[in-house]
Design a binder for this molecule. Structure first.
Ligand SMILES: *[C@@H]1O[C@H](CO)[C@@H](O)[C@H](O)[C@H]1NC(C)=O
Ligand SMILES: *[C@@H]1O[C@H](CO)[C@@H](O)[C@H](O)[C@H]1NC(C)=O
Ligand SMILES: *[C@@H]1O[C@H](CO)[C@@H](O)[C@H](O)[C@H]1NC(C)=O
Ligand SMILES: *[C@@H]1O[C@H](CO)[C@@H](O)[C@H](O)[C@H]1NC(C)=O
Ligand SMILES: *[C@@H]1O[C@H](CO)[C@@H](O)[C@H](O)[C@H]1NC(C)=O
Length: 467
């Protein structure tokens, strides 16, 4: 008993002394220091037997003070004592790389996810991060996993000064409603969007044609979001394939990586059937006014379902002239100050680089033109919002002209077959703890390939498992 008490006393004294020591070194954050201490005392490095895959780039985020190194992964849930053993290769320093223990947290807050369809998924999106010295010019990161190692390049992230809105799209999986994209780009641009970043996994040929058209005009950047790699051969049979056990929660990764690639003052993450509009005026002006030099870091827009008569899938875009707004409770989406958003959740701003920042309810709406909005609720809403802040007829003509240009005057006939097939597949998957979760990408591929000749993303090595 006495021995244990003595040991505890020495331990507490040691922690105290080290904290005092580090408090004289202001570049270090206490949380990192405490984590490192726990690591030295009781931690275990993540090694080659652990199922994990890394996004190819590590980010040094200078929006934080001190700057933070941020590494994105997909992995089995980690214990708080587990860390990545990392070598930081710093430029202008002839000495050996600096070795650090880096701890992680799930991007979706909990691991396993509390979101029921994802709770049986083995792989969860994570961020591992640590504060850096302000003057350290990081060139490369090497992660040591015992018998394997992974090297990541380094990208730098700064506060934004170019006025505009950048719109991020979560990975596009088996997408067929190409009409949405034409309306989406037209409406977002009218609201002040200047750039679109689209993560692409798969879509119909028509979808791909539309994306290529806007890419060639320099409006959107298409980023490949291929299938996830297989685990290394020596552990592959112990765990499910990553592609089969990650569900849509892998979206958290693309979303949070995308926000770091934004170069404009304002950013947002919205699906191809979602446009955020203020009650009056243009979104860019409204959001700039509401957020500049305030502690408002994000503006939250209430969900408002919208339907068109005639439908944009079976007719042309003429129905957009008279949208019907429907009462339906759905989750909000938000626009944010791209200089301060730290972690993006799907429906709210997860955290800011500056803890004094807050979210605020916007005077406006998230116009959600889901293809099945008619089926959601027959009750018409009293509210009326505008897709375009200026003359609607000009935009409707633009959309008709654009569709004709893309398809050489022959507008393809729309079919719900591929969407229905995906729904049928998803409804059949029964999640089993630690084995299968609703992962449409891997599990539904064979079935989807039967109904369409899909365009898939190039299989670039975006995710690394190490060698
Ligand atoms: C790898 O980590 C696991 C879990 O922490 C541990 O049980 C195992 O002994 C480690 N293997 C090696 C080779 O260090
Ligand atoms: C250079 O490396 C040494 C040894 O690892 C480290 O103590 C020092 O802080 C590094 N210098 C810079 C500028 O990071
Ligand atoms: C974004 O936040 C920064 C604080 O880092 C502030 O100076 C700036 O005015 C904000 N910009 C907008 C558009 O909200
Ligand atoms: C759009 O479709 C409607 C009928 O659905 C038709 O009356 C109208 O002429 C069409 N407009 C264009 C520009 O093709
Ligand atoms: C439809 O809208 C009404 C009126 O607001 C509401 O009371 C009802 O709960 C809604 N039904 C569904 C299924 O969303």
């Amino acid at each position: 008993m006495r021995k244990v008490q003595q040991y505890q006393f020495v331990l507490i004294l040691l922690i105290f002394l080290i904290l005092v020591f580090y408090s004289y070194e202001p570049d270090f954050e206490y949380s990192d220091t405490i984590n490192e201490l726990l690591g030295i005392l009781a931690g275990e490095p993540i090694n080659a037997s652990f199922p994990i895959t890394f996004y190819q780039s590590a980010y040094v985020d200078y929006r934080f003070d001190p700057p933070r190194l941020r590494i994105f992964t997909l992995n089995k849930c980690v214990k708080s004592s587990q860390f990545l053993l990392v070598d930081l290769h710093i430029d202008g320093n002839n000495s050996a790389p600096v070795r650090k223990n880096i701890y992680g947290e799930p991007l979706s807050v909990n691991c396993p996810s509390l979101y029921a369809p994802a709770s049986s998924c083995v792989y969860n999106p994570y961020i591992f991060s640590i504060g850096l010295k302000t003057n350290a010019n990081l060139k490369k990161v090497t992660i040591h996993l015992g018998s394997r190692k992974v090297e990541l390049n380094v990208q730098k992230v700064y506060k934004k000064s170019t006025e505009g809105i950048t719109v991020c799209l979560q990975p596009v999986y088996y997408f067929s409603h190409w009409q949405n994209i034409v309306l989406y780009i037209e409406a977002w641009r009218a609201q002040g969007a200047t750039r679109f970043i689209v993560y692409f996994h798969s879509g119909t040929k028509e979808t791909w044609k539309v994306l290529e058209y806007y890419r060639d005009l320099g409006m959107i950047e298409i980023k490949s979001w291929p299938r996830f790699p297989s685990l290394p051969a020596d552990i592959a049979d112990k765990y499910p394939k990553i592609d089969d056990s990650v569900y849509i929660i892998s979206f958290f990764l693309s979303m949070n990586i995308c926000i770091l690639d934004i170069k404009t003052t304002i950013g947002t993450v919205a699906d191809f059937d979602e446009v955020m509009v203020p009650t009056n005026g243009r979104l860019l002006d409204y959001a700039t006014k509401e957020m500049t030099d305030t502690n408002v870091g994000a503006l939250s827009f209430e969900n408002q379902y919208v339907s068109f008569t005639p439908r944009i899938y079976t007719s042309n875009f003429s129905g957009v002239a008279s949208p019907e707004f429907r009462v339906h409770i759905g989750p909000a989406k938000y626009v944010f100050n791209a200089s301060v958003l730290s972690i993006a959740q799907v429906h709210w701003a997860g955290s800011f680089t500056d803890s004094s920042m807050r979210s605020k309810d916007a005077d406006g709406a998230l116009l959600h033109f889901r293809f099945d909005a008619e089926a959601k609720n027959v009750t018409a809403s009293e509210k009326h919002f505008r897709f375009f802040p200026d003359d609607h007829s000009t935009h409707i003509k633009n959309m008709h002209d654009t569709a004709h240009k893309i398809f050489d005057g022959v507008i393809p006939k729309f079919s719900t077959k591929s969407y229905d097939t995906l729904q049928k597949c998803v409804n059949r998957i029964i999640p089993v703890e630690d084995k299968v979760c609703l992962s449409t990408s891997g599990i539904c591929k064979a079935e989807m390939d039967e109904v369409e000749d899909w365009v898939y993303a190039d299989s670039e090595p975006i995710f690394l498992i190490g060698t």
